[in-house]
Design a protein around this ligand. Structure first.
Ligand SMILES: NC(=O)c1ccc[n+]([C@@H]2O[C@H](COP(=O)([O-])OP(=O)(O)OC[C@H]3O[C@@H](n4cnc5c(N)ncnc54)[C@H](OP(=O)(O)O)[C@@H]3O)[C@@H](O)[C@H]2O)c1
Length: 270
């Protein structure tokens, strides 16, 4: 039985713990660390799992999942370095932090797997991309894929693609929230009450997402199926094209990728 410790049980850390429990992991095989005693007590009450300190987590767990904000990584690595053994798998959920940073700071040979998850993890619908560092073998990637598989879907990518993944699926939910927000505004413009517009758009988003996922059809095929000659949809599509929405998305995602690369370079200098 694998013991897993989540270091930094914030939004993503808690979502992972909750998913692991729902997937049938025994509560006594899950640990977490937290800076605030009230939050720690609350998590223990809610999930029946144990809060502890970093040294104990490192001594007891087979897998350490690092889920602190990237800017909090340095003090955590300082605490972790003397405590972690070479047989412990370290999994980083920290956006933009290269596996090389962990490898430099932790004892030689510690396997590190980098994960880019996204916030739908809180509803068990995460998209996580995983990459192994220098000392991570196939067995480590398989274990991480299994763990993350309990809170959503998992793909393996070379670490060189993690900045692009960050821009696509890491930030991806925000683009959909933005689109939904704009469409609700359009409903208001057309005189629909906000609550009704919100229901109309959210259910359309859920329905469209489910069709995209479950039908196996290409998005173009699905869109063409609701775009009749001289109909309403094509009038809207013409406006989207006229306003360069497709080009805006390409440029936006490229800008997010560039920012992720820039943040990674800041840590390479550490
Ligand atoms: N949320 C997202 O959309 C998303 C998506 C992809 C990846 N991620 C990554 O997931 C990680 C966590 O993000 P989050 O949104 O869950 O952040 P969060 O809610 O701030 O969670 C981080 C938690 O770690 C705690 N912490 C910080 N340093 C600690 C230490 N030394 N020991 C124990 N606990 C410590 C923080 O406590 P305090 O409250 O005291 O700071 C906080 O509770 C980040 O690295 C982020 O890049 C997040």
């Amino acid at each position: 039985m694998t013991t897993i410790a989540v270091l930094g049980a914030g939004k993503i850390g808690e979502a992972l713990l909750s998913g692991l429990l729902q997937a049938g992991r025994a509560p006594d095989r899950l640990l977490f660390t937290e800076r605030h005693p009230e939050r720690s007590a609350e998590l223990s009450r809610r999930y029946g799992i144990r809060g502890t300190d970093v040294a104990t987590a490192a001594a007891e767990a087979d897998v350490l999942v690092v889920a602190v904000k990237p800017q909090d990584i340095e003090p955590l690595l300082t605490e972790l370095a003397p405590a972690v053994g070479p047989g412990t798998l370290v999994v980083s959920l920290c956006a933009g932090l290269p596996t090389a940073l962990f490898e430099r700071r932790l004892p030689e040979g510690v396997p590190v797997v980098r994960v880019m998850p996204n916030t739908p993890m809180v509803v068990g619908e995460a998209m996580s991309a995983i990459s192994g560092g220098r000392h991570a073998g196939p067995e480590h990637l398989t274990l991480v894929a299994e763990l993350l598989g309990s809170v959503g879907k998992v793909v393996r990518v070379p670490e060189s693609q993690q900045d692009a993944v960050t821009a696509l699926s890491g930030s991806g939910p925000a683009y959909f929230f933005y689109l939904v927000e704009a469409m609700i505004d359009a409903g208001i413009l057309l005189g629909i009450p906000r609550a009704v517009a919100t229901d109309l758009i959210i259910q359309s988003a859920v329905g469209a997402a489910t069709m995209l996922r479950d039908s196996g059809e290409h998005p173009v095929t699905l869109r063409e199926a609701v775009t009749s000659p001289a109909g309403t949809t094509i009038m809207a599509v013409r406006e989207l094209e006229r306003h360069g929405v497709r080009a805006a998305l390409l440029a936006a995602i490229e800008a997010a990728r560039d920012r992720s690369e820039e943040l990674g370079r800041e840590h390479e200098r550490d």
